[in-house]
Ligand binder design. Structure first.
Ligand code: BG6
Length: 491
């Protein structure tokens, strides 16, 4: 493993993302000794004119549980915060970035008694509008200057543009300054335990190999539901909508992992080559295979315009034109302010040919990967109802993580991904051509929505979303088993 100083710079240090995700992830890595204090320093950079102590105080409450913080927790937090220093400056300010470079260099000078290499990680927890200027400033003033090795990397968050054209423009601007191996485009869904498990499931199990195709699978749903609305971030959300916020990135990444061919190896480039291929095989989305929704009350948010046409719910069917998947609908569904919070992949198999049981309680086989909450993988299958009668009934084989892996803490997505950026592993990051292919799929649909040619159907907050979405699901071939609900086991 590389050694030498590591400077982690969180730009946008006082923003929501930094406070809620980036710093807590860094803290968890620190607690696991993955950010040794004799090598690491963390710099917060933002425009607000606050002091280091003020930033530390602000961060404190995000790092430890509000109640029941043990003395050890408090001790860890205070040790961690000692590593954090705040620098105030604008996102296009020469002075600010010069100062940042001086601070980083000073830290490198002080800690470099052992080895001279310098690693500089810039985490842009910022709106993309400032990416080009920030990247330019980093490139001009803050690159690693050590002769003894090291690197400079930038981590960027979505939204990477609003459509194909703006995304390409952004990619060009960043691409002129940094090489692809220096750019880490985060999609935090790729850091989730069960998303990371997809390749293992698919390619290390004989079970799935012969079944994973159009001959056996009838339809696949990739679903994201949240039981809260866009309160507090309506301004951001209204600019983007649910397709750009969730489907074009998070759910599409999941789709890639479900549908891609086996990569040549686990090398990041091999994996990403396969993802790009499958994305390029997605057919144009048909208008009659889309249902949009907007929850009632969304426009009451003062930051949302009264005439907003932005969907807070969408179902869209994707179809992949290749040998494995021709004809199989991939139903992508995401919504805010629905009746539950969960994310799952539901693979529904075809009916058994020549069925002799014809029992009403016998449903189709389903393979479900529950990403959150209560991570689980379960398989719905048919068994004899225990008892004297011979009847077929649906049951499940259930791998619920909470039960099976007691005592194991599943790391936060951001924690793993930040560790990957330090280790230089781009497997779980989005490559430029992958990003382009994903925008190619959704841009025509998004433009129609932007022009008001497609309109969201109102739905009640706390409901399942528009009824038309369930009708589309049925039309696509999904068959619901009535009378069966999987209940996550409690410990
Ligand atoms: C973010 C979206 O990328 O993902 C949010 O911008 C959404 O709108 C969030 O709430 C969901 O993430 P998770 O990990 O809670 O499913």
């Amino acid at each position: 493993l590389e050694t030498g100083t590591l400077s982690i710079v969180v730009l946008g240090a006082s923003g929501d993302l930094a406070k809620k995700k980036t710093f807590p992830a860094l803290f968890h890595l620190y607690k696991q000794d993955l950010l040794p204090s004799d090598e690491v320093h963390i710099f917060g950079y933002a425009r607000s004119k606050i002091s280091t102590d003020e930033l530390r105080n602000k961060l404190q409450s995000y790092l430890i549980p509000k109640k029941d913080a043990s003395p050890k927790d408090l001790h860890d937090v205070s040790d961690f915060l000692q590593l954090v220093k705040y620098i105030s400056g604008g996102y296009d300010s020469e002075e600010g970035f010069r100062l940042l470079d001086i601070e980083i260099s000073e830290h490198e000078y002080l800690k470099n008694s052992k080895e001279g290499s310098s690693r500089r990680l810039f985490y842009l927890a910022l709106p993309p509008s400032v990416y080009p200027s920030v990247c330019k400033m980093i490139k001009t003033y803050c690159m690693n200057k050590s002769d003894l090795g090291g690197w400079t990397r930038v981590v960027v968050e979505k939204p990477f543009g609003r459509d194909l054209e703006s995304a390409e423009e952004l990619s060009n601007q960043i691409g002129e300054l940094f090489e692809e191996p220096q750019i880490y485009r985060i999609d935090h869904y790729l850091g989730k335990e069960l998303v990371q498990n997809m390749l293992v499931l698919r390619f290390a199990n004989r079970f799935f190999l012969p079944l994973w195709n159009r001959d056996n699978i009838d339809n696949v749903q990739i679903v994201f539901r949240e039981d809260f609305g866009t309160e507090g971030r309506g301004g951001y959300f209204d600019q983007y909508g649910i397709i750009r916020d969730i489907i074009q990135n998070h759910l599409l990444q999941v789709l890639c992992l479900i549908t891609m061919e086996k990569p040549v190896s686990l090398k990041p480039e091999h994996i990403r080559d396969e993802k790009v291929k499958v994305l390029q095989s997605v057919l144009p989305i048909r208008d009659d295979e889309v249902v949009l929704g907007q929850y009632e009350g969304y426009k009451d948010d003062p930051t949302v315009p009264d005439e907003s046409n932005t969907p807070t719910f969408a179902t869209a069917i994707l179809r992949i034109h290749n040998e494995r998947w021709e004809g199989v609908p991939f139903i992508m569904k995401a919504g805010k302010a629905l009746n539950s919070r969960k994310a799952e992949i539901r693979v529904q198999f075809k009916d058994v040919p020549g069925d002799i049981f014809r029992s009403k309680t016998q449903g189709r086989n389903e393979f479900v990967i529950r990403l959150q909450p209560s991570e689980a993988i379960y398989m719905k299958f048919t068994v004899k109802q225990p008892g004297l009668e011979m009847s077929a009934v649906q049951s499940e084989l259930d791998l619920s993580y909470g039960q099976r892996y007691q005592g194991i803490t599943i790391p936060e997505a951001y924690e793993r991904l930040i560790l990957d950026t330090i280790r230089g592993d781009q497997q779980h990051f989005v490559r430029r051509d992958e990003l382009k292919a994903s925008w190619e799929i959704f841009t025509p649909l998004l433009h129609k929505i932007d022009r008001g040619e497609l309109k969201p159907i109102p739905y009640k907050p706390g409901s399942r979303g528009p009824a038309e979405a369930d009708e589309l699901l049925e039309k696509a071939g999904y068959v619901q088993t009535h009378g069966y609900i999987w209940i996550p086991p409690t410990l």
